[in-house]
Design a protein around this ligand. Structure first.
Ligand code: ATP
Length: 232
């Protein structure tokens, strides 16, 4: 499970995230929606332990900067940064060694096949297109089978096959008990599979609901999103 308590982040004088608290239970997919500049990436990077902030972040009960938390956490960044001189397959081998994974090869092959990268496995990082880098970045993030996985705008740059594969992958991870947080502004692409949604605006959580409540009350998330983000 993922728990954030009173997270606040300033960049100089700019308050990018203002007292945000949220929780994603194990086996749930939560969506962080918001317009450009709302603070989504700052929340995700803070959870990943890449920024200084005030507040508390727990990954499966461990403070996020602890070694245990890092072992459990997967993070797919908004902008993929692959190693130029490693091939696709060498990236996976690198991750496997860093996380001391055992019997990872079959899973890696399945992921490469699912994202149509098998025939690109010997290509260097420097020779991959933006979309191929994004797919490799997703595979690297999920290969260690994290307990909590963060995806920052994972769908940008993916082709329709890869979007479908990504959806299948996160649903499967959720069914295996993984806690998933996805930041996006592509509401349509995530609407079939979220369990809870947080809408961010100006650094704050402006709205939160679960699928259960949304279905029971016939809530239209897209309408709420526009009501919140365009009311200024
Ligand atoms: P997008 O959808 O465009 O990626 P976002 O919701 O992820 O946006 P953030 O990138 O978290 O938003 O930015 C939140 C606020 O913090 C914005 O006002 C942005 O200008 C500011 N900000 C983000 N990164 C920095 C930085 N490194 N230095 C200064 N200000 C920053």
């Amino acid at each position: 499970m993922l728990r954030i308590n009173e997270l606040t982040k300033f960049y100089g004088q700019t308050c990018a995230v203002n007292n945000v608290s949220l929780e994603v239970p194990a086996g749930c997919i939560s969506i962080l929606l918001g317009p450009n500049g709302a603070g989504k990436s700052t929340v995700i990077k803070s959870i990943a332990g890449l920024l200084r902030y005030s507040g508390r972040v727990e990954i499966s009960g461990h403070e996020n900067k602890s070694v245990e938390a890092k072992r459990y956490l997967g993070y797919v960044a908004e902008f993929p940064a692959m190693y130029e001189l490693l091939t696709v397959r060498e990236h996976l081998e690198f991750i496997a060694r860093a996380y001391k994974l055992k019997d990872w090869e079959d899973r890696a092959e399945r992921l490469l096949e699912g994202f149509q990268l098998t025939d690109k496995a010997d290509k260097l990082g420097s020779d991959l297109s933006k979309g191929m880098q994004q797919k490799l970045s997703i595979i690297c993030g999920v290969l260690p089978q994290p307990k909590v996985c963060l995806f920052d705008e994972p769908l940008v740059g993916l082709d329709p096959h890869a979007i479908k594969e990504f959806k299948n992958l996160v649903v499967q991870m959720r069914d295996e008990g993984c806690t998933i947080l996805i930041s996006t502004h592509m509401i349509d692409s995530v609407k079939e599979f979220w369990d809870s949604t947080y809408i961010m605006m100006d650094g704050k959580i402006a709205y939160h609901t679960t699928r259960e409540i949304a279905e029971e009350m016939n809530i239209d998330i897209e309408k709420i999103f526009f009501d919140i983000t365009e009311k200024k």
